[in-house]
Design a protein around this ligand. Structure first.
Ligand SMILES: *[C@@H]1O[C@H](CO)[C@@H](O)[C@H](O)[C@H]1NC(C)=O
Ligand SMILES: *[C@@H]1O[C@H](CO)[C@@H](O)[C@H](O)[C@H]1NC(C)=O
Ligand SMILES: *[C@@H]1O[C@H](CO)[C@@H](O)[C@H](O)[C@H]1NC(C)=O
Ligand SMILES: *[C@@H]1O[C@H](CO)[C@@H](O)[C@H](O)[C@H]1NC(C)=O
Ligand SMILES: *[C@@H]1O[C@H](CO)[C@@H](O)[C@H](O)[C@H]1NC(C)=O
Length: 379
């Protein structure tokens, strides 16, 4: 009898013992609270995709975020091997390893749904003081919740950038040079990629703009900015993003954006900028193009009748929403759902009263409220 079959027999034995000792308990569990826990089964997200099509909800609970991150890393690794090293994907060895991965994930999900191990009330009690920090007053305000979301999304984004960097940094010096960089396969394979990333993205000008200190190499901060230019503080890169926007919108190829090019495309993205700055009552509603004309004129600082790259700077974060934008959307959504007394902020009691609002990002898909529109907003 080989070593492998001994291990197999032992494993099966342990499994049988496990089933025998646990199944009666599981049954009684189902009789008591089965209905409720079925309804609120928490799921880890599993939507990792090389070609991002929508903004994922930001994880609220760092413990869940950590589980999802580990799971995503494995999924990423699997897809990376399939994309970049198909010769390895057919090797039996990596396939063999995929079995325990799946089990590990099931364990994590079971853990989340075991009320004795993962008690959402206790989680909220322990997280509340970490969110209620400025000011520490017993309330979670919109801005505190935004800040909390911003921090956790920044952590996720940086983790993914680090992961990408490890792949691109071939000589392992902690920097990515332009010759080391290879655009993502979905940007490279299809010359006609039509989601706006087909013109200047991942090219040398984009790379150079991300290189804040101009040393020809991207460190992790610069590389993260390169991947997420909308969130950068680097003015050179923000200007590149505006230039890129002009290139993509400029249908008559005159190098600038005329009113028609603005009206058919940009205006809808930018109009919320106007709402932020002005009252809802406008005197120029008689013309359908009135608000667009008004906004165009406002952006066209030099008044020549065209928008240049620099003139798009004040609205570039409307065209390319930042992580902070999504953090605010999510904070507002959560507050609107959990704020029982409608005072615009949350107490711990309100949070405990609506625990699944905070864990909605990992709701089971068939647990759909009629107003469960959160996912649509993040598309
Ligand atoms: C969860 O924790 C709260 C507060 O500590 C407690 O009252 C409740 O019974 C716990 N629930 C379970 C299922 O253990
Ligand atoms: C891009 O699209 C054009 C016409 O739509 C087509 O002729 C061309 O072959 C496409 N190029 C690639 C790389 O798919
Ligand atoms: C990018 O910068 C390098 C110098 O670091 C320069 O040689 C190259 O021409 C620049 N490329 C573009 C497209 O600006
Ligand atoms: C990367 O370089 C920039 C300067 O261009 C610096 O501000 C930043 O701290 C560096 N980041 C890391 C992770 O070293
Ligand atoms: C908005 O409207 C209020 C009253 O309706 C007015 O007091 C305020 O000045 C207006 N703000 C702007 C920016 O027009």
């Amino acid at each position: 009898m080989g070593k492998a079959s001994v291990i197999l027999y032992i494993t099966v034995g342990i499994l049988v013992l496990f089933l025998v000792s646990y199944s009666p308990k599981k049954k009684s569990h189902h009789h008591n609270g089965g209905h409720n826990s079925q309804h609120h089964r928490l799921k880890l997200r599993s939507s990792f995709n090389f070609k991002p099509t929508r903004h994922d909800p930001i994880p609220f609970d760092p413990l869940v975020a950590d589980m999802e991150r580990r799971r995503e890393d494995k999924e990423w690794e699997r897809q990376y091997i399939e994309h970049s090293h198909p010769e390895l994907a057919h090797d039996p060895a990596p396939g063999h390893e995929s079995q325990p991965e799946w089990e590990e994930f099931m364990d994590a999900e079971d853990y989340l749904n075991d009320e004795e191990k993962f008690n959402v009330t206790d989680r909220l009690i322990s997280l509340f003081p970490k969110i209620d920090v400025s000011p520490l007053d017993g309330y979670v305000s919109e801005s505190e919740l935004i800040e909390w979301n911003v921090q956790s999304s920044a952590k996720e984004v940086m983790h993914r950038s680090q992961r990408d960097m490890d792949v691109h940094d071939r000589n392992k010096d902690g920097f990515v040079s332009f010759s080391e960089y290879e655009p993502p396969s979905w940007g490279r394979d299809s010359g006609n990629y039509s989601f706006g990333y087909d013109i200047g993205w991942w090219k040398e000008e984009h790379f150079n703009a991300s290189d804040a200190n101009g040393d020809g190499l991207l460190n992790l901060t610069e590389f993260n900015d390169f991947l997420h230019p909308a969130d950068t503080k680097n003015p050179k890169l923000l200007l590149w993003l505006c230039k890129e926007e002009v290139r993509e919108r400029d249908s008559d190829k005159d190098g600038k954006i005329g009113f028609d090019e603005f009206f058919h495309g940009l205006f809808d993205a930018v109009r919320s900028y106007e709402e932020d700055n002005h009252n809802a009552t406008h005197s120029y509603h008689d013309l359908p193009e009135g608000p667009a004309k008004q906004l165009f004129a406002q952006l066209d600082k030099d008044g020549v009748g065209y928008l240049s790259d620099v003139e798009l700077l004040p609205v570039i974060s409307k065209i390319h929403p930042t992580e902070r934008y999504y953090a605010k959307e999510q904070a507002d959504y959560i507050i609107s759902k959990a704020d029982s007394d409608k005072d615009g902020r949350l107490t711990l009691a309100e949070m405990i009263e609506h625990p699944y609002v905070f864990y909605s990002a990992i709701f089971d898909e068939d647990d759909t409220d009629d107003d469960y529109g959160l996912h649509d907003e993040f598309r």
